[in-house]
Design a protein around this ligand. Structure first.
Ligand SMILES: [Fe+2]
Ligand SMILES: [Fe+2]
Length: 239
């Protein structure tokens, strides 16, 4: 398992795993960093280096769990990163996946019934994921920020959040993950190939990339954010 550290050149991170590019962008890191290493760039951009390393390592290794590192960070830092990821999905990934899906559908000689089913399945999946993200943006994340503020300042948590508990959060990820896997599988196994092969491959690549990013995103929410918030809830209740 490759573990990135502060002395690694940023360019090397991308040579090891090109899918880290959008992850770096979420930290405000853009190409053209010459031979700078992680520590130098984090310093220059006033980024928390340990947080940055924990995120890129979690992304790069499915089994990596930064027990001590990430759990020391403020949940607000994690929420900020997750919100940027949500924005990236709506601003870029969804439109890009749709552009490729439409190109594949347009390449088909006849718009067969099974191709229409793919579009319907995708639209249903998008609605479900959008609702999930909406729930996090409007309920879960504001609660986490309010809880963290109360924990840091010693003030009471605002009344509107007092009945909320993290226990009910994050039971949906398995469902959402399964659906994107099913979508790929229908195409790979059952779709009658009346489309242009290159257009279909291009659509599938974008789904694979989306799935990968989502799994990493859900892992950060389930394993890191949830644990951290449960700890804070416990401390506040016992405090
Ligand atoms: Fe999320
Ligand atoms: Fe989520």
């Amino acid at each position: 398992m490759t573990l990135f550290k502060g002395t690694d050149k940023i360019s090397n991170l991308i040579h090891v795993n090109q899918f880290l590019l959008p992850v770096l962008n979420r930290f405000g890191i853009r190409l053209g960093f010459k031979d700078k290493n992680v520590s130098q760039l984090c310093n220059e951009l006033s980024l928390n280096e340990n947080f940055f390393l924990a995120i890129v390592n979690t992304y790069n290794n499915e089994n990596y769990f930064p027990e001590t590192d990430l759990l020391t960070f403020s949940p607000k830092l994690i929420v900020d990163y997750l919100q940027k990821t949500h924005f990236y999905y709506f601003d870029y990934l969804f439109p890009e996946v749709e552009r490729r899906l439409d190109k594949m559908l347009a390449s088909s000689i006849t718009l067969s019934k099974d191709l229409q089913i793919i579009k319907q399945f995708y639209n249903k999946y998008k609605d479900e994921l959008s609702n999930h993200i909406q729930e996090e943006e409007t309920k879960v994340f504001p609660y986490i920020v309010a809880l963290t503020n109360a924990w840091e300042s010693g003030d009471e948590i605002p009344a509107k959040f007092s009945k909320y508990e993290m226990k009910s959060f994050e039971q949906e990820h398995t469902n959402v993950d399964q659906k994107i896997y099913d979508l790929k599988n229908i195409i790979i196994k059952y779709l009658h190939p009346t489309y242009n092969d290159n257009d279909c491959n291009s659509f599938l690549y974008s789904i694979f990339q989306f799935e990968r990013d989502l799994l990493d995103h859900a892992r950060i929410e389930d394993k890191i954010l949830l644990n951290k918030v449960l700890q804070i809830e416990k401390q506040l209740k016992n405090g």
